[in-house]
Design a protein around this ligand. Structure first.
Ligand SMILES: Cc1cc2nc3c(=O)[nH]c(=O)nc-3n(C[C@H](O)[C@H](O)[C@H](O)COP(=O)(O)O)c2cc1C
Length: 299
């Protein structure tokens, strides 16, 4: 069944339909499932409010006024605005390649682990400690390849467009020098930005924690917000965050399918950009996922 992420909708109308108090909860994105040749008659009239009871998210609510402000400032208010949202995504090119390159060789479909998705989901659970042991280049290649094959979304036209770019700190991957890299998705290769052991820096960049220092590789999602906000307005920030979330979810699945582990991490925004500059100049960090072997599994 086709499924497509939809972020172009009239916020107030959808909030009214699902019947949430938009001061507390909001519709952030929709997923359209299946397709019909023509819209059935009953959908041409306005659907009625759902009237479903909701449970408070928390006993103690904290109001973050800036969050409400940016949500209001990124809401769509007219069919015209929705129409503009649905056009092509902005096209940002990576700087021309100058560093040494490493070709990636992901598993073919026939070589992929055969565990069903349900098993992989049960196995998944964020690593709380990584073993400082290497993973294979084949494994990292497969994670990068399978996680970045495109997401069906109304803000990612033409299909296969990606707003986030992938940068990595490689600590321990067999067949790959330790260092900082950028992933060229179109050519399935890594470009080395600098060589060296960056475990200490990785630990610092990932909010002074052990997880990113001990991981085999740290995968950073970076985006050029100027270009994205220029095309999509404030709502572009929702799109870039959502895309990074989905990409990270796929990194998790690709890791756990191969019996590796992953964890989403927080980071020092400006320090990460400084670390990957000049290549990353002008970009912003959106998300970080560390991957490696779980310390639990090598005991
Ligand atoms: C955006 C984001 C940032 C996170 N940052 C950290 C972090 O800095 N340190 C940490 O230990 N866990 C962090 N986590 C939490 C773990 O990655 C993980 O989600 C959490 O431990 C829940 O475990 P589970 O995936 O097994 O349910 C973060 C999660 C997300 C989604």
């Amino acid at each position: 069944m086709p499924a497509k992420v939809i972020c172009g909708f009239l916020d107030a109308e959808v909030n009214r339909l699902v019947d949430v108090d938009p001061e507390r909860e909001v519709a952030y994105s929709l997923v359209a499932l299946g397709h019909v040749a023509a819209l059935p008659q009953q959908f041409l009239s306005k659907p009625s409010v759902l009237h479903l009871e909701t449970v408070p998210l928390s006993r103690n609510e904290i109001v973050y006024p800036a969050m409400r402000e940016i949500h209001a400032a990124s809401s769509l208010r007219s069919a015209e605005e929705v129409g503009t949202w649905r056009g092509n995504a902005p096209f940002a090119k990576l700087p021309a390649q100058t560093g040494a390159t490493v070709q990636l060789h992901p598993y073919s479909d026939a070589e992929m682990p055969r565990d069903p998705i349900e098993q992989v989901i049960l196995r998944r659970g964020s690593a709380r400690k990584f073993a400082e042991v290497p993973i294979g280049l084949l494994q990292l290649s497969t994670i990068l390849d399978r996680a970045t094959r495109g997401i069906p979304a109304d803000f990612l036209h033409p299909e296969g467009t990606q707003l986030n770019e992938v940068y990595l700190i490689v600590n321990a991957v067999e067949g790959l020098d330790a260092g900082a890299y950028v992933f060229h998705r179109d050519r399935q290769m890594l470009e080395r930005l600098k060589a060296g052991n960056f475990r200490t820096q990785a630990g610092h960049l990932g909010l002074d924690q052990d997880l990113p220092a001990e991981a085999a590789a740290d995968i950073f999602f970076l985006a050029d917000l100027q270009i994205i906000l220029g095309r999509f307005g404030n709502r572009g920030y929702r799109a870039v965050q959502l895309e990074a979330g989905i990409l990270s979810g796929k990194v998790y699945l690709a890791a756990y399918a191969q019996r590796l582990s992953a964890t989403g991490l927080t980071f020092y925004d400006d320090d990460v950009i400084r670390f990957f500059s000049p290549h990353a100049h002008g970009k912003s960090v959106i998300m970080l996922v560390a991957v490696g072997k779980n310390a639990k599994s090598v005991l």
